[in-house]
Design a binder for this molecule. Structure first.
Ligand code: CA
Length: 221
């Protein structure tokens, strides 16, 4: 899962990026509205955290432009403390959720998880595919109840496929959603990660759809 943070306070931006990366997200950070609008419009994200008070272009205008362009990505806006008019304006402009500053990082992450889950049609924070369970709260993966240790990249890939269980996901889509902008992207590494995940979780957990990509089969389908 890949997230864009648009935040002009350098310390807060860096801290959020580090926290979200630690929680298993690929993260891009923009520090003004113009850069944020550009990244949001040209890159692919599973959710965006958007501060409203931004230099160059303010957050509400950025959000309004995205929505007018038909972008459906979930957006959580950060508002000034106790500014109910900011919250109303944010929701009216197409925000999916808001959080007033200052906030607890844990709450931000929980809201972000919920937004991403809902956007991909998952109601539970525990994702299940056959004997594999992925707990999006703890970032832990189990096979038949036994914990399995995955690397950060393996987790990102599995998490994306589990959020989109039953759908065919192309290599390009995986690359867009598990790497941040600065990462040296190589589509061959996707195959390597898939091979490693199969070694850890069993050969049948991820199905290769020749010429199209990968799929986690939905046992209920
Ligand atoms: Ca600000």
């Amino acid at each position: 899962m890949r997230v864009l943070i648009v935040e002009d306070e350098p310390n807060l931006g860096r801290q959020l990026r580090a926290t979200l990366e630690g929680a298993g997200y690929a993260v891009d950070l923009a520090t003004d509205g113009e850069d944020g609008h550009y990244l949001g419009s040209t890159e692919t994200y599973d959710a965006i955290i958007l501060d409203l008070g931004l230099p160059e272009i303010d957050g509400l205008t950025v959000l309004d432009r995205w929505r007018k362009d038909g972008m459906a990505v979930p957006v959580l806006v950060l508002t000034a403390r106790d500014s109910w008019s900011d919250k109303v304006a944010g929701l009216d402009a197409g925000a999916d959720d808001y959080l007033a500053k200052p906030f607890q990082t844990e709450e931000l992450i929980a809201r972000l998880r919920a937004l991403i889950r809902r956007a991909s049609g998952n109601s539970s924070s525990e994702l299940i595919a056959g004997d594999v369970r992925l707990d999006t709260r703890s970032g832990k993966v189990t096979l038949n109840g036994e914990p399995v240790k995955l690397t950060a990249q393996e987790y990102k890939l599995l998490s994306y496929l589990m959020h989109h269980k039953g759908k065919v996901v192309s290599r390009t889509e995986l690359i867009e959603h598990i790497y941040d902008q600065d990462f040296d992207r190589d589509s061959n590494t996707i195959e390597v990660f898939v091979t490693r995940i199969r070694k850890k979780l069993g050969p049948d957990v991820i199905t290769t759809i020749r010429g199209l990509g990968y799929s986690l089969e939905d046992p209920a389908a």
